[in-house]
Design a protein. Structure first.
Length: 226
């Protein structure tokens, strides 16, 4: 059931890449810090930025220009709700140019561990509040697979592969948009509490009612836990 969903997303992307859609290429580094808070609770603090290096329209000359787009700071608290699932909620603040956006986040995650890989499903909702007084609601589903390159589990000093496929349904001022994300990553675990992931975060949006928008973010994610 999950494989057709991924293939359907890839099919949509292949079709729209052939059109005269807009695109942008840039960097998206992040730092994640997580720690326990007692009574089964854990908090994750994250800082992430986006920096555009290139933009244009497929089939036309591209424009190369550095542009610092935004910075996000978030805090999400989570707690196990069962043997293989957890609930989470949090807050994000976004700084973009001279504007500030506030976002509330709710998540439910189910993790299944198999002999040679781990599969996680995340169901989420978030509400973004803009300075204009409007609110955007997004409903999200993400499927994530993690595969160790040595043995049956990821151990310190080993590489692993991760693949994320996410669908975001956005509702804002009567308009609807669907964003599809495909994120292949390679990771390296230095210690049990320190790992690094790098790869490509590809996002397709705007194709429901308008020409598609393609974003290619080169990502480097550093995870620290205590």
């Amino acid at each position: 059931m999950k494989r057709p969903v991924i293939l359907f997303g890839l099919l949509i992307i292949s079709f729209y890449l052939a059109a005269q859609d807009r695109y942008q290429v840039g960097l998206m580094p992040s730092v994640n810090f997580s720690t326990g808070m007692g009574k089964g609770w854990k908090i994750n603090l994250k800082a992430e930025s986006r920096q555009r290096l290139l933009q244009g329209t497929f089939g036309e000359a591209s424009k190369s220009e550095y542009d610092y787009i935004l910075t996000d700071f978030s805090a999400i608290a989570s707690r196990k709700a069962g043997l293989n699932n957890s609930i989470a909620g949090g807050y994000l603040i976004r700084f973009r140019d001279t504007t500030v956006t506030h976002r509330l986040i709710q998540q439910f995650t189910v993790v299944n561990r198999f002999d040679n890989f781990r599969l996680a499903q995340r169901f989420a909702a978030d509400q973004s509040f803009f300075e204009s007084g409007t609110m955007e609601l997004r409903l999200r589903y993400r499927l994530s697979a993690e595969v160790p390159l040595s043995g049956q589990a990821v151990d310190p000093g080993e590489f692993y592969l991760k693949f994320n496929n996410e669908y975001l349904n956005a509702f804002h001022e009567g308009d609807y948009d669907l964003e599809i994300r495909i994120v292949p990553l390679a990771g390296y675990e230095f210690t049990d509490n320190n790992k690094l992931e790098f790869g490509l975060d590809y996002r397709l949006s705007g194709f429901v009612n308008n020409a598609g928008r393609h974003s290619f973010w080169i990502t480097v994610n550093w995870f620290i836990s205590t």
